[in-house]
Design a protein around this ligand. Structure first.
Ligand SMILES: CSCCC(=O)C(=O)COP(=O)(O)O
Ligand SMILES: [Mg+2]
Length: 261
């Protein structure tokens, strides 16, 4: 087994979710299809609610920013009183969501709506989040050794809490010291990692970030964060250069803490 020593200055482990703690297949085959299959009915049922209107406003604002992109779907302003107008607007929101999802976009607007939609499925027990078998034992060990554990995912903080609160391992929310999403910045931007360190109250070099996505690893590293790239079944392949350059782990159990050495 390849063991990666965690530098002694590391006091915080920052975890990506999809492809790191959780199989990509769970996201692509369970979470995302749920949105595509239910978004129209969800909008029709919740349209009058404040939360739903805020989600639509954010999606409309994003659609305006995306207007220059190929295939972008605009969302017209709130309709008049006609039922047909309303159905047209809802259809535009559905088309916009499906277009964004076809590109696996990580916009805050899309992720916010998805989080709200998953809430019903998770809280009713219709969905349970999958975690790789090594995740929970390793996180418990890190915490026992005094490390803090934070999540940084493109999925909204609300969605993250749903996953950790309703997992196949039970409610494991207590294993997480805090959550970050794209409201702090995108994961491929170095500034996001500086802001996360500020928010936690540590230096960037006190953080070890685990992710499956090399542009995220590169952005974190440029901010002086320690990184390891997580190789899991179903993840995108890495180039030979990436395999040589990055520290790779295939399980959280590959990390060796100085305190436990
Ligand atoms: C709570 S995350 C649900 C999956 C998701 O929507 C997503 O975008 C995952 O992105 P990540 O940054 O965790 O790779
Ligand atoms: Mg990921």
């Amino acid at each position: 087994m390849v063991v990666l020593s965690v530098p002694a200055e590391v006091t915080v482990v920052l975890l990506d979710i999809e492809g790191t703690t959780t199989p990509i297949a769970f996201v692509k085959d369970i979470l995302f299809p749920y949105i595509k299959e239910n978004v129209k009915e969800y909008l029709q049922t919740h349209w009058e609610e404040e939360e739903c209107q805020q989600d639509v406003s954010l999606l409309r604002k994003q659609a305006e920013e995306d207007a220059h992109l190929d295939g972008a779907v605009p969302i017209p302003e709130a309709p008049g009183s006609g039922v047909d107008d309303l159905q047209q607007t809802i259809q535009a929101v559905v088309d916009n969501v499906c277009w964004q999802m076809s590109l696996d976009r990580k916009t805050t607007a899309l992720k916010q709506l998805q989080g709200h939609m998953w809430r019903a499925a998770f809280t009713a027990g219709r969905m349970k989040a999958e975690f790789f078998a090594d995740v929970v034992p390793a996180v418990r060990k890190w915490r026992e050794a005094g490390l803090k554990v934070y999540i940084y995912s493109s999925g909204s903080v609300e969605a993250q809490k749903l996953l950790f609160g309703h997992s196949t391992e039970g409610d494991i929310l207590e294993l997480v010291d805090g959550h970050f999403d794209t409201k702090i910045g995108h994961k491929v931007e170095s500034e996001s990692y500086r802001k996360i360190a500020d928010s936690i109250g540590c230096s960037t070099n006190n953080i070890l970030f685990l992710t499956d996505v090399t542009p995220e690893a590169s952005a974190a590293e440029a901010a002086d964060v320690h990184v390891a790239v997580v190789v899991r079944p179903g993840n995108a392949g890495l180039t030979d250069d990436e395999k040589t350059y990055y520290s790779l782990i295939t399980s959280f159990g590959d990390l060796c803490l100085p305190r436990s050495a």
